[in-house]
Ligand binder design. Structure first.
Ligand code: ADP
Length: 314
């Protein structure tokens, strides 16, 4: 088996007495697009800081392509690129000047750096804006310029921490198209932290973090299919009472999540019509649908994160 892109073993991190990561172990294969999913405060940025060698973990270890992020941080840095929420660009410089500065940081010169800058500008559709100052660019163009910066030294692994925050859906799509082209052309491993379900769905594998714990990881389709077929969601003004009545009368397991009830029966449409007959006056709304990654989160944590924190974006 080839060396994994990332191997994390018993990783724990404390800020003072606050535990931000607790005993996280994980392996990310080379060439994978891997999503780290979780609500705000779940430990995603802490994990990314450790992987990008910005700080050592309190306990445990992380390695990138077999190199320890603490004792071999200088090697790790040559293999990784980073794109964080705030673009790491000098706003007073042009896009091309920013890329030249990045090239100089990695010791690239002459035709090599010129060729790479040209290919990055082409790849991210930035050629006609190369001479524009960054502070004149839209948010979407800035992110693409930052992606070009993070990739100029041709890293084997790109760490992206919520890179599409604040972008509109069109700019978000264009950003992801750039990532898809990059994967097809170079096979670069992508590790992307996100709280957006549609971005997580694009990944080969995801890990769900909750309050510093790794809750579950696997391919999105596998995680969803483990929840079974269709799920039934009900809303009621008195959800706890309705849950008790349904459990008593129909012998099914009903989960109370906020104001909603969730049931995973073998035949959701048929149970729904029986429930309407029995308790129609108590049901405010009902939905039957296939499980989403949001449901995977709920199933493994027992709660639904704040809707603003874990969103489905179309
Ligand atoms: P996420 O990226 O998922 O929002 P973070 O890794 O930023 O999560 O934070 C995880 C936890 O650690 C949160 O409870 C956060 O408040 C806390 N935390 C993050 N950075 C610091 C810091 N520098 N000092 C103290 N606590 C921190």
């Amino acid at each position: 088996m080839s060396t994994p892109a990332v191997h994390i073993d018993g990783l724990t991190h404390r800020y003072g007495t606050h535990l931000a990561l607790q005993d996280v172990s994980l392996t990310i294969p080379d060439g994978c697009c891997f999503g780290v999913l979780g609500p705000n405060g779940s430990g995603k940025t802490t994990l990314f800081r450790i992987l990008s060698t910005l700080m050592p973990p309190t306990q445990g270890s992380a390695s990138i392509f077999g190199h320890d992020t603490t004792s071999q941080s200088h090697v790790v840095r040559t293999r990784i690129g980073m794109v964080f929420q705030e673009p790491a660009l000098d706003e007073k410089l042009t896009v091309r000047e920013n890329l030249r500065v990045q090239g100089a940081l990695y010791g690239l010169r002459g035709t090599e750096v010129r060729d790479r800058i040209k290919s990055m500008l082409d790849r991210f559709d930035l050629s006609d804006r190369a001479g524009d100052r960054v502070d004149t660019l839209s948010g979407g163009l800035r992110r693409r310029a930052d992606l070009a910066r993070g990739l100029l030294h041709q890293p084997d692994l790109l760490l992206l921490d919520e890179p599409t925050t604040g972008l509109d859906p069109k700019a978000r799509r264009t950003f992801w198209q750039g990532l898809d082209r990059l994967r097809r052309a170079n096979g670069t491993t992508l590790v992307i932290a996100t709280h957006l379900m549609d971005e997580a769905e694009r990944c080969d594998e995801v890990a769900i973090l909750d309050r510093g714990h790794l809750v579950v990881n696997g391919a999105p389709e596998t995680l969803k299919s483990e929840l079974g077929g269709e799920m039934l969601w009900l809303e009621s003004a008195d959800a706890p009472a309705l849950r008790d009545r349904i459990e008593a009368q129909f012998g099914v397991d009903v989960q109370l999540i906020g104001r909603a009830l969730q049931i995973s029966p073998p035949d959701a449409p048929s149970l729904l019509s029986s429930l309407y007959e029995a308790f129609g006056d108590r049901i405010d709304s009902a939905t039957v649908r296939a499980p989403t990654l949001d449901d995977v989160f709920v199933a493994h944590t027992g709660y639904r994160p704040d809707e603003e924190e874990l969103q489905i974006v179309n």
